[in-house]
Ligand binder design. Structure first.
Ligand SMILES: [Zn+2]
Length: 217
């Protein structure tokens, strides 16, 4: 990372769309400092979220080292925790992430006389994640509908693309089965981390800290 990325991080630090920032940093770092990164950005958006995160971790290790130092206040007692964690301990995937998953649909969720008993979905990309955050949807189920409409390729023999009205009308068990299949195909490289407060013992999840991750301290 150079001063170009440092300025980009600072400019977008308070933007809640951390996926957009992460995509931009990976794109910028794959071209010469300050060069046009539009084509690279499109390539990064097409990566799976896991591949994008792996690139991001590598960039961070090369730029600022392996240890991320976090200061997080405990939500229960307010104690300020100082935490160091090593990026090399994150479970980076060893094999390529599948681009599609086939799902056996639950028998009771099938339409009458289905042409097939399976669904096919592609795994979400870094671009899907960015657009999902941009959409600013309030509820978990609305976010699920947004993402399912994008990734569903085939359903019970019918060919996509499918719109949000279609995936909203699907039986809840079928939606859950497709999501489970995607989740198990896509290892979750969580850049947030579980913390246990040494002062009061409360466990909590520290969110991904953009400044601690990207900016020198
Ligand atoms: Zn505490």
């Amino acid at each position: 990372m150079t001063g170009y990325e440092e300025e980009a991080v600072e400019a977008r630090q308070r933007d809640s769309n951390t996926a957009a920032l992460c995509n931009e940093i990976v794109a910028r770092c794959s071209v010469a400092p300050g060069a046009d990164f539009e084509a690279a950005y499109a390539r990064v958006r097409a990566l799976s979220t896991v591949e994008r995160d792996a690139a991001l971790v590598r960039i961070r290790q090369l730029s600022l080292g392996d240890v991320v130092h976090l200061q997080v206040a405990c939500p229960s007692c307010g104690h300020k925790n100082e935490i160091d964690f090593k990026l090399s301990e994150l479970p980076l995937p060893e094999a390529p992430v599948p681009t599609e998953v086939e799902v056996e649909l639950p028998a009771h969720a099938l339409p009458p006389e289905p042409a097939a008993r399976t669904a096919l979905a592609r795994t979400p990309t870094a671009g899907d994640q960015e657009d999902l955050l941009s959409a600013g949807l309030e509820s978990e189920s609305a976010r699920r509908t947004f993402l399912l409409a994008r990734v569903l390729v085939r359903y019970a023999g019918g060919e996509g693309p499918f719109d949000e009205a279609f995936v909203r009308a699907l039986p809840i068990a079928a939606r859950a089965a497709i999501e489970r299949a995607i989740e198990s195909a896509l290892p979750d490289l969580d850049l947030g981390m579980a913390v246990q407060c040494p002062a009061c013992g409360a466990g909590f999840e520290s969110p991904f800290d953009v400044a601690a991750f990207f900016l020198p301290r």
